[in-house]
Design a protein around this ligand. Structure first.
Ligand SMILES: Cc1ncc(COP(=O)(O)O)c(C=O)c1O
Length: 289
């Protein structure tokens, strides 16, 4: 099988030909940031928002951005020319390759930029129609979860808790309040009102989260952005996960107990329809970013 075309520091080449130095600070320290941008029929979903978030992540770690938003969109376009169909574009920028290993951030390094595209793993029909299982855990990650950092050990260990339990996600609580899940944002619904956690340093501000709140506003769905107590999650009528690859998914069991009536609820079905409609309009729109 031929290796797919990937992007490395401005060059397009087969993935299996890319070589990264072991001294790269991304490898040694996880000193880097990343993005995952979904592309539907070659059109990037909320490209500007993704690249603005990348800029915010880079600002937080004082990493110079090699491209402006339009430059990123153009570079992704070069990669996507080799990947037709719906794709997930993974973009990683690390601080680069210093002469030696030292925690202190060296000046003047050239960042390493890596991108790859793979078929977008959208949820199966069964997942959408039946919902998914989640478990819960204490949020043991750090205080800078708003940075989309490649240092993902906390998220990896959190996600593994659900993988070991045969569940789709691990929903996290910090000091008695909902934060997010290992690789998704979380919404709850009670008496027809949607609620999600505030956009602070304890969660990643998901592009899908923002899109959902925009769609809710436009669709006149009532929602609140506020601290959500653990007890509210456990007694919610509905729970949803959102992310670029999960879109919006209903959680129908939490720690083995049914959520609400145990099937995807009416608010989920409405939101899912609004999301699919948004995607269809994006795919049909002219090819501009
Ligand atoms: C920890 C975490 N929260 C939330 C999200 C959802 O973000 P987005 O909607 O931008 O994919 C992700 C996505 O991977 C994530 O890793």
């Amino acid at each position: 099988m031929t290796s797919p075309i990937a992007y490395f520091n401005g060059e397009l080449l087969p993935l299996d030909r890319i070589r990264i130095s072991p001294l790269d600070r991304g490898f040694i320290f996880g000193d880097g940031v990343y993005e995952v941008v979904p592309a539907y029929g070659g059109k990037l979903l909320r490209a500007r928002e993704h690249f603005k978030r990348l800029q915010r992540s880079m600002d937080e770690i004082a990493l110079a951005n090699p491209h402006a938003v339009d430059g990123w969109i153009a570079e992704v376009g070069r990669l996507l020319a080799h990947h037709p169909g719906d794709q997930a574009v993974y973009i990683q920028v690390t601080r680069g390759v210093p002469p030696k290993r030292d925690h202190v951030i060296p000046k003047g390094l050239t960042p390493t930029v890596f991108m790859m595209a793979s078929p977008l793993p959208t949820p199966s029909r069964e997942m959408v129609e039946k919902g998914v299982a989640c478990v819960t855990a204490k949020d043991f990650r750090w205080e800078k979860c708003h940075i989309k950092s490649t240092s993902l050990l906390g998220n990896v260990l959190a996600r593994q808790i659900s993988a070991d339990a045969g569940a789709t996600e691990t929903i996290l609580f910090r000091d008695g309040f909902l934060t997010e899940a290992a690789a998704s944002n979380v919404f709850i619904v009670k008496d027809g009102v949607v609620a999600c956690a505030p956009q602070d340093n304890h969660i990643l501000l998901g592009i899908t989260y923002e899109l959902l709140t925009d769609l809710a506003r436009a669709g006149k769905v009532r929602y609140e952005i506020r601290p959500v107590a653990e007890a509210e999650v456990r007694s919610a009528d509905e729970i949803w996960l959102t992310s670029s690859t999960k879109e919006v998914l209903a959680v129908t069991t939490l720690d083995g107990k049914p959520v609400g009536s145990g099937v995807p609820g009416p608010a989920f079905r409405r939101m899912h329809a609004l999301f699919q409609d948004y995607k269809a309009r994006l795919a049909a729109a002219p090819a501009t970013a």
